[in-house]
Every structure is written in structure tokens, then in C-alpha cells.
Design a protein around this ligand. Structure first.
Ligand SMILES: [Zn+2]
Length: 308
């Protein structure tokens, strides 16, 4: 009896798999390295695509925990969206090598590099990897700028139209809707931060440069002496001095950064620590890119207001 039941359970499971398999096959399988890219891809692809992100929303995009399941996911992908500018240099290349999928190899229509067309900030004039710097091609954290994101969205739409020409009109109309939504929200976000133009802030890593640039905030310093190098006591003492002299009262941290270090610096400089995750899904209330920027802008405005 047991064996019969088991067999029927297995039978049902394979029918279920076949059904999911066939309906999923109609959709393009898109893999994004990070949830912010995945969120934009969902807006552009709509119901024509199935999108997954490799990195968790709470993971550092520079140092993602590579898993065997990532290789399987990449092997089955119709398209891969990466941030580019060496953001994923530390973990993506070996996964791609093992995935052996020519659809997403460099230069293929299925390989989408988000940094293409972005005006990169902080491109180093000289670069020495041995000193630990990980922003070798400029600052790769541009997704936090809602205007740059329109360039990324256009890039995604153009690649999806090449891979799946039958749905090109849908991708283009989704892109137009996305742009309109960004424009409407952008005006709202600018209004929310307008009273704090010129305010000085501090971040843990060099990951809010594009946001600060777009909204007229000034990043006085970072707790990391160089991108990817852990804070040292000597450097932190310098940061505390700068914060006091420039009246910088807010320190932005992401979920994977050392909040305790930020709290120590905040205590000694009379500042507050603001949790500022850049990935949709890091909080239960921020499932999309728009939710994430909403939360960030409101959080920043609140923190800057309380510290004025
Ligand atoms: Zn970085």
C-alpha cells in the first residue's frame, strides 16, 4: 500500500513539474545579479519574463556567497543582467564559467550590462588593486540614482526586444510606463529632500555617491578608508573630527555593514545611524525599486530633520 501511495505521489509531482515547466517555458528566464536589477527587469518584462536574483537583498553585492544552485540557475537562463563595472568581479566569473551557457556569454544579446551608458563617477586616474580598492572602473553603485535607472531600464528593454522580438512592443510600452512612473516619483523625492540640500552625511562604504550627487547632499567621508577596506581606529578618529567640524549628523549603513562601528562613531560625534538598505526586499515593506527609494528618501529626510 505504502509503495502504491508513494508512486502516485511521485506521479502527481512529475505532472505538477511538467505543468509548471511548460508554462514557465513560455516566459523568458532572466537572472539578475542583485535584487535592484531584478526589480527593474520585472517592470520591463512584465508577464513575459520570470526573474530571479542571485544575491540576497541583505548581501553585499561585491561579496555574494556563491552556491551550486546559482550555477544551475545561470545554466538555464535566457538572459543575465549584471551591474558591471566590476561590481560582481569577486564572485560571478567562476559561476559563469561553470554554467556553460552561451546565451549569456559576454557580447551575446542575453548578456545585459547595466553600467553601459551610465556616466560613471569616481573613475580612478591610477589604480592599485594591491591596496585593496575594489572600485577599479569607477563607482559601481549607480542603481541608487533613480535617473540613471532609466538608462538601465532602456538597456534591459532593448536586449529583451532582441531576444524576444515578438514581445518587443510590450517591452517598449512597459519601458514608457516605467519612465513615467520614475518621473512622477522623482519630483516627489526631490521635494522631500529639498529642505536638506547641502547637508553633510557620512556613509560606511562609497555606496551613496550617486544619490548624494542627484539630491544635493554632501558625503563628508566614509567609515571605510578605501572601498572594501575595513575601518581602522586611526581612520575613524579622523572621520569623527570631520563630522564634528562639518556638522555631519547622519551615518548611512546597509544591512551587511558593521552597524556597531557606525554606532560607536555616531556616539562620539553626536550623530545618528540610519539603516539604508539599497536592495528591494531587504525589508518586508520594500519589495520593489520604487518602495526602496521611497523608504530611503523618507528615512533620510526624517533623520536630517531630527538632527537639524
Ligand atoms: Zn562598492
Amino acid at each position: 500500500m505504502i509503495s502504491i501511495n508513494l508512486r502516485s505521489v511521485i506521479g502527481l509531482a512529475s505532472i505538477a513539474l511538467a505543468v509548471t515547466g511548460s508554462s514557465a517555458h513560455a516566459q523568458l528566464r532572466i537572472v539578475a545579479t542583485t535584487p535592484d536589477l531584478a526589480s527593474v527587469a520585472k517592470e520591463i518584462g512584465g508577464d513575459r519574463v520570470n526573474v530571479v536574483a542571485l544575491a540576497k537583498p541583505t548581501e553585499d553585492p561585491h561579496y555574494v556567497d556563491a552556491k551550486p544552485s546559482h550555477i544551475v540557475t545561470l545554466n538555464r537562463a535566457d538572459a543575465l543582467i549584471e551591474g558591471g563595472a566590476e561590481l560582481e568581479m569577486g564572485w560571478l566569473p567562476p559561476l559563469l564559467e561553470n554554467a556553460r551557457n552561451s546565451k549569456i556569454s559576454a557580447g551575446a544579446p542575453g548578456r545585459i550590462v547595466a553600467s553601459e551608458g551610465i556616466k560613471m563617477l569616481e573613475i580612478p586616474t591610477s589604480f592599485d588593486r594591491s591596496r585593496g580598492d575594489i572600485h577599479s572602473l569607477g563607482n559601481p553603485h549607480f542603481m541608487i540614482d533613480p535617473i540613471d535607472v532609466k538608462i538601465v531600464a532602456r538597456n534591459i528593454a532593448s536586449h529583451l526586444a532582441q531576444i524576444d522580438p515578438k514581445s518587443a512592443a510590450t517591452y517598449n510600452s512597459n519601458l514608457a510606463k516605467f519612465d513615467a512612473k520614475i518621473d512622477a516619483k522623482y519630483a516627489e523625492w526631490q521635494r522631500a529632500l529639498a529642505p536638506y540640500r547641502g547637508a553633510n552625511i557620512v556613509t560606511y562604504h562609497k555606496d551613496f555617491v550617486y544619490l548624494a550627487d542627484r539630491f544635493g547632499l554632501h558625503v563628508v567621508d566614509e567609515l571605510e578608508p578605501k572601498p572594501g577596506i575595513a575601518p581602522s581606529p586611526a581612520h575613524l578618529a579622523e572621520v569623527i573630527g570631520k563630522m564634528k567640524s562639518s556638522n555631519a549628523k547622519v551615518i548611512l549603513v546597509q544591512p551587511f555593514q558593521n552597524r556597531r562601528t557606525a554606532e560607536t562613531v555616531a556616539r562620539q560625534s553626536g550623530a545618528v545611524v540610519l539603516d539604508a538598505p539599497q536592495q528591494p526586499g531587504a525589508l518586508s515593506t520594500t519589495s520593489t525599486y520604487f518602495d526602496m527609494i521611497d523608504h530611503l528618501v523618507n528615512g533620510l529626510a526624517g533623520a536630517l530633520r531630527s538632527q537639524k
